[in-house]
Design a protein around this ligand. Structure first.
Ligand SMILES: [Zn+2]
Length: 362
């Protein structure tokens, strides 16, 4: 009797082990066709095993790892004295990402849970200038209410500091990777004098700030423009500025400023005087090429910035040169025909929000 009991117990135990083993393998088959690239961390896997079938299922289905898909940090863009943008690769099979900052001893603290798989950057605000960081990213996946985690990325070191460097007669503000910062103005004194450079060959407009006695040598901003084949060349100073203006009898601009005679800086034409949603989309899509009758057309962000920041009398130089300026020519994101407003127009932000098409901060 005693022997039978032991045998029975052994048999029951074996059967149970077999069922557990078989069923845990079966979960992978059950989820066949679901490509999943997340790999659970060992400790997490151990803590879930044997506790609950649903947990096990979440872990097992996410266990078929392809290591190449582990998200990693690709770079950091310094924006201004308190903001930078952390960029990373994404994993379409993830639910989202955990972003950490580790100290020198390897202790990591969570900065942000990013709850969308297709988001590929995080804007770090109110950062302490001069601080050091080691950023780590990790994908997570939630199945049936249970979350499993992918492998931690390599730590990406970053020192939040900017250096001023002189090159080819220009003064650049570079981050710790040698890339120019997006918002140089944040690093300059409050009262800044500007010069406007318009390269009629490359169709770019560059704003240069005055660097004391060195002259206008600090590149601040570059935008695309559309001059014409007969646009004037030479040195002028900025004339009167207008919020809205008639260009021709059926053509209107938002922000504009006089250069000389009938030559103006102005936004891409609109079809009515006071609206911001009847932009000439075909003409907008020509920005960065010669397209006007002589005026210099700009995106709203550029025309408004000049109106807000450059007083009358600001020097403006129009010239032809095949050489790239101190800042790279931006690329134009062309608009579809229905997008009848300038995505850089701060007064039309609402339209982009309603259509979920642009999320540009100006
Ligand atoms: Zn838009």
């Amino acid at each position: 009797m005693q022997i039978f009991n032991t045998k029975l117990r052994f048999l029951l135990f074996s059967l149970l082990t077999f069922i557990i083993f078989f069923s845990s393998s079966a979960f992978v088959l059950e989820e066949d066709g679901v490509k999943n690239t997340l790999k659970p961390s060992k400790s997490l896997y151990d803590s879930f095993i044997g506790t609950n079938e649903v947990h096990l299922k979440a872990i097992t289905t996410s266990g078929s790892s392809v290591s190449a898909d582990i998200p990693h940090i690709t770079g950091i863009d310094t924006v201004n004295k308190s903001t930078f943008v952390i960029k990373f690769t994404t994993d379409e099979n993830a639910t989202g990402y955990y972003l950490y900052d580790a100290d020198e001893t390897g202790n990591k603290s969570l900065i942000k849970v990013i709850k969308r798989a297709n988001v590929s950057s995080y804007t770090y605000k109110d950062a302490e200038y001069g601080s050091k960081h080691n950023f780590i990213i990790q994908a997570y996946k939630t199945i049936n209410g249970f979350t499993s985690f992918g492998q931690l990325s390599e730590a990406f070191s970053y020192k939040f500091k900017v250096k001023k460097k002189y090159k080819n007669g220009y003064a650049y503000y570079l981050d710790s990777y040698g890339n120019p910062v997006a918002d140089v103005l944040d690093f300059l004194k409050k009262s800044v004098y500007y010069k406007i450079d318009v390269n009629l060959s490359r169709c770019t407009l560059t704003i240069l700030a005055k660097d004391n006695k060195k002259g206008y040598t600090i590149p601040v901003k570059v935008w695309l423009c559309s001059p014409g084949n007969n646009t004037i060349q030479g040195n002028y100073s900025l004339g009167a500025k207008f919020r809205r203006r008639v260009l021709f009898y059926d053509s209107y601009s938002q922000w504009s400023a006089n250069i000389y005679g009938n030559f103006l800086l102005h936004t891409v034409p609109y079809k009515s005087y006071s609206k911001n949603d009847d932009l000439d989309v075909d003409e907008y899509n020509k920005l960065g090429t010669r397209a006007s009758h002589g005026c210099v057309r700009l995106q709203c962000v550029a025309a408004k910035w000049i109106n807000d920041n450059c007083p009358e009398g600001t020097p403006i130089h129009l010239y032809k040169s095949p050489k790239e300026g101190p800042l790279k020519k931006p690329k134009l994101e062309k608009l579809p025909a229905w997008h009848t407003w300038d995505p850089t127009d701060p007064t039309a932000k609402k339209l982009c929000k309603e259509n979920d098409c642009h999320h540009i901060k100006y």
